[in-house]
Design a protein around this ligand. Structure first.
Ligand SMILES: [Fe+2]
Length: 317
C-alpha cells in the first residue's frame, strides 16, 4: 500500500528561482538562504520518495483570473514550466503520476472535497522553486509529482480548517492506493510577506516561528486562524500559509520534526522551511540500538539549523 512518509513546508519565493537560474547562489545574500537547504537535500536524497505531492498556488500562470479553481489536482502525465514573463524557467518538465492522481481525485471527491481535475497545466515558481530547494537542479526530477494548486490569490481562499481536512482526505486516499509507494507531500508558500500597498515588505518573524512551532506540536491551534488574522499578522500574501495545513493534515498526529530553517528576508519575504516525518516512518528507518554511528540524526539536523539561524542573527538578518 502507498503511504505518506513525510511532509515538507517550504517558501516558494520567486527570487530564489531567479537566483538559481542566474547562478547567484554563491553570492553572500543568497548563500545565506541556500545554506539552509543543504541538509534538506541530503535528507531528500536519503528518503528517495517514489512520488511527491506538491501543494502550491498558481500565480496567474496556468489560470488567469477568468477561472480560479479553489483546489486543482494535476492528473496529467507531465507539467511543463510556465512562462512567467521572462520565458519558462530552465528546469526539467515535471512528470506526473496520473494513476495515483486519478485515485486521489476519486477518493477525495467521493469524500465530498470537490477538486477540479486538471489534465493540462503548466507549473510556475510556486512548484518549481521548492523542487529546486529540496532536489537541487538535476537534469530530470528524481520522482513523479502530483501538483495540487490552491487558490490563495483571489478572495475568498479556502479556510485553514478546510485545508487541514483536505489533507486528511488525501492521507486516506494515498493509504488506499494498492501499489507500495512512499510519498512525500509539500506545503509551499509564505511565510509572512506582503508585496504591495502601504505595508509592502512586512515580515513578522514572531508569527512565523509560532506557526512553525504549532505546525509540529499543536496543528489544531492553526486550523481556526481566520483570513483576517493572516492578513494582519503575516501580510496579504501570508495567506499562502494555509497550504502548509494541507501538508500537515496529510500527516499522522504523531510526527517528528527533523529539520527547520528560518531566515529573513529573501527578496521581501520571510523564508521558512520544515521537514516533518510521520513517526511511524521515522521509527521504521532507525537502525537498531547500538548499531548506529549516528544515534541522533534529528538532533544533529536541528543543531545544524540552529547554527545557520545563529549565523543569520549575527549578520543582523
Ligand atoms: Fe506565492
Amino acid at each position: 500500500m502507498a503511504r505518506i512518509i513525510a511532509g515538507i513546508g517550504s517558501s516558494h519565493v520567486p527570487a530564489i528561482g531567479a537566483a538559481i537560474d542566474n547562478k547567484q547562489t554563491e553570492e553572500p545574500y543568497w548563500k545565506r538562504v541556500f545554506s539552509g537547504f543543504e541538509r534538506s537535500k541530503e535528507w531528500m536524497a536519503k528518503a528517495k520518495p517514489d512520488v511527491a505531492i506538491v501543494v502550491y498556488n498558481d500565480h496567474a500562470s496556468a489560470f488567469s483570473v477568468e477561472i480560479v479553481p479553489t483546489f486543482a489536482l494535476g492528473c496529467a502525465a507531465e507539467f511543463p514550466p510556465a512562462d512567467e514573463g521572462w520565458g519558462p524557467r530552465p528546469v526539467p518538465v515535471v512528470k506526473g503520476h496520473p494513476e495515483l492522481a486519478a485515485h486521489i481525485a476519486q477518493s477525495v471527491i467521493l469524500d465530498e472535497f470537490d477538486l477540479t481535475i486538471v489534465n493540462k497545466m503548466e507549473v510556475d515558481h510556486g512548484l518549481t522553486v521548492p523542487m529546486n530547494l529540496l532536489f537541487g537542479s538535476p537534469a530530470a526530477w528524481p520522482c513523479p509529482v502530483i501538483p495540487l494548486a490552491v487558490n490563495v490569490v483571489l478572495y475568498p481562499p479556502p479556510t485553514g480548517h478546510r485545508c487541514f481536512m483536505l489533507g486528511r482526505a488525501i492521507r486516506k486516499a494515498v493509504a488506499s492506493y494498492p501499489e507500495d509507494l512512499r510519498v512525500v507531500i509539500f506545503g509551499t508558500g509564505g511565510m509572512s510577506h506582503q508585496i504591495s500597498g502601504p505595508r509592502a515588505g512586512l515580515i513578522n518573524s514572531k508569527f512565523d516561528k509560532a506557526f512553525l512551532d504549532n505546525l509540529t506540536r499543536s496543528p489544531k491551534k492553526l486550523v481556526d486562524i481566520p483570513h483576517l488574522e493572516y492578513m494582519r499578522e503575516a501580510g496579504a500574501e501570508g495567506i499562502e500559509m494555509v497550504m502548509w495545513l494541507i501538508m500537515r493534515g496529510a500527516l499522522d498526529d504523531a510526527i517528528e520534526e527533523v529539520y527547520r530553517f528560518y531566515t529573513v528576508p529573501a527578496s521581501n519575504t520571510a523564508v521558512g522551511h520544515i521537514i516533518l516525518e510521520n513517526a511511524r516512518a521515522a521509527k521504521a528507518k532507525k537502525p537498531a540500538a547500538g548499531k548506529s554511528k549516528n544515534k541522533r540524526p534529528a538532533a544533529k539536523l536541528k543543531r545544524a539549523a540552529a547554527r545557520a539561524n545563529h549565523r543569520n542573527v549575527l549578520r543582523g538578518r
